[in-house]
Design a protein around this ligand. Structure first.
Ligand code: SAM
Length: 291
């Protein structure tokens, strides 16, 4: 049982340290033991696991992770939390807190030095204002994370897990499903945070695939195509590809090429499966890309 999930204890800890919440840093601290356990269970930690936590706050999740894993490296942007974390994490000799911005820190240095170059699991109650950039940073970086278990806003989780044809399906769905297998763990009401956020949340685990979901010859070209086809949702696939200027082909030639691949050029991007996006990218020469 963590005393940090007790609202009464948490409020007294924060006031003793003169801490005030920063809305702009997405500071909503977890005050529910059951959800805390669900995050830890969802991460499927083994006692020899290394963990990277993003945004430890007052250390509630950090301490729970440290009890189940070999080492926890936690990255916190807000230095004013240092005296609190020094107190709450005292006695854990397997936790290291790094003060910095997860979007700016040198990931190679972080993973090589702090995580000793070992495979690691990412676990976090993420700051919601930068959920997508954080996830994309890890998906696109070649570091050795094996899974990402995170609390995020419900709407972003729906986009990550969405399939073709739904209104939530977009570039984020494709990137997440290309690199990982999403696993929904539980829905979380706003009442489990202090202060409560304005949106509902979800705990989701993204288990990294051994290899991407579809075979693509050029990953950069694949994602150029993905960005292009979802750029303007009301436009057709053909018009989006033409506007993006990522092929050396004019509209008529591109239309013919798509038809030859068995893909109707008049379709909307959001109806294309990962397999179809891969088929397009493997048959279009992005080398002429204006980008
Ligand atoms: N883990 C704690 C919990 O579950 O109660 C706090 C979670 S709170 C939703 C998000 C945390 O991320 C805050 O501590 C905030 O200061 C931190 N944070 C915000 N932006 C950050 C960034 N760019 N890099 C690292 N930490 C950040």
């Amino acid at each position: 049982m963590s005393t940090l999930t007790s609202p009464k204890y948490l409020k007294s800890l924060l006031s003793r340290h003169g801490f005030s919440f920063s809305k702009s840093l997405g500071q909503n601290f977890l005050i529910d033991e059951n959800i805390l356990n669900k995050i830890v269970q969802g991460a499927q930690l083994a006692s020899d696991d290394y963990v990277l936590e993003i945004g430890p706050g007052v250390g509630t999740l950090t301490a729970a992770l440290a009890r189940h894993a070999a080492k926890v490296v936690a990255v916190e942007i807000d230095r004013s939390l240092k005296p609190i974390l020094d107190e709450t994490l005292e006695g854990f000799n397997n936790v290291e807190v790094v003060y910095g911005d997860i979007l700016k820190l040198d990931l190679e240095e972080l993973t090589k030095d702090r995580l000793e170059g070992r495979p690691f699991k990412i676990v976090a109650n993420l700051p919601y204002y930068i959920t997508t950039p954080i996830i994309m940073r890890f998906l696109e970086n070649d570091c050795s994370y094996t899974s990402i278990t995170v609390m995020i806003q419900q709407e972003v989780a729906a986009r990550m897990a969405a399939g073709p044809g739904s209104k939530e399906y977009g570039a984020l769905s494709v990137a997440v499903q290309f690199y990982t297998r999403p696993r929904l763990i539980c829905k979380v009401p706003a009442s489990v945070f202090l202060p409560p956020p304005k949106v509902g949340s979800i705990v989701i685990a993204l288990d990294r695939r051994n290899k991407p979901a579809v075979d693509v010859e050029d990953t950069a070209c694949f994602f150029k195509i993905v960005r292009a086809v979802f750029a303007q949702r009301r436009k057709t696939l053909l018009n989006n590809l033409v506007s993006a200027g990522i092929t050396g082909l004019d509209k008529a030639a591109l239309s013919q090429k798509l038809s030859r691949l068995g893909i109707d050029p008049e379709r909307r991007g959001e109806t294309l499966s990962l397999e179809e996006l891969a088929l397009i990218s493997n048959n279009i020469d992005c080398s002429d890309a204006i980008s």
